[in-house]
Design a protein around this ligand. Sequence first.
Ligand SMILES: Nc1ncnc2c1ncn2[C@@H]1O[C@H](COP(=O)(O)OP(=O)(O)OP(=O)(O)O)[C@@H](O)[C@H]1O
Ligand SMILES: [Mg+2]
Length: 249
Amino acid sequence: MPILEVNNIKKTFESNKILKGISFSMEKGQVISIIGSSGSGKTTLLRCLNFLERPDEGTIAVHGETIFDATLPEDNAETLREKRLHFGMVFQQFNLFPQYTALENVALAPKLLASTESNDEIEQRALVLLEQMGLGNRIDKYPHQLSGGQQQRVAIARALALKPDILCFDEPTSALDPELTGEVLRVIRELADKHTTMIIVTHEMAFARDVADEVLFMDNGIVLEKGPAEQVINNPREERTRKFLSSLN
Ligand SMILES: Nc1ncnc2c1ncn2[C@@H]1O[C@H](COP(=O)(O)OP(=O)(O)OP(=O)(O)O)[C@@H](O)[C@H]1O
Ligand SMILES: [Mg+2]
């Protein structure tokens, strides 16, 4: 059974049709990369998956359970919060809490959630996650004491701390200097090697080709082309995909 099934998602802003019927599914452990030109709707799609936007039409199912159906009334805030936990989100701007250390940033949300874990257990887990991100010696630092690449790795640990089914990235390296991009891409690649289910919106084509199983090319609110990463990026079928890829060089 797919871990995620997105069916016919549509979203209009102020009479502009931004998503015109997006459908795709993915299996547990799969990595999907979403590419496409500016304004094609990539961020809007991720925001719909995380219930930051409510789609006008369509359904979203996780593990076969429909968690969103546009024909049904809106969930209350509490239910939305619970459903949102299926997805982890890492944004372009790391959005860490400036007044908290790296460790506190990672441990905060799990502590706030009613859970069976003790605070000690949560902090221990946060520590392990930060170590995995190569930040074992930075746990007591505040965001302003960390480089952009380090902050983004804290943000990844923070998303993982909530044990999402699917980890979503929206251009995770585009706010970083080129020399800091590599360290963030490296930890995402390690997560892929560990079969973390991920959706990665990126402009890094070489990275998408290497790390993703499938690539979705979005154009003007639709998935114009979808296929194995290597095929879509090295040998696209659609003229529009070819044009987009050559415009990047
Ligand atoms: N809340 C909103 N209200 C009105 N228009 C919006 C809103 N959010 C997004 N849009 C519009 O939707 C379109 C798609 O935006 P989106 O951010 O999804 O594109 P994108 O593919 O992520 O682009 P980029 O590569 O530049 O990040 C844009 O024209 C944008 O102005
Ligand atoms: Mg975007």
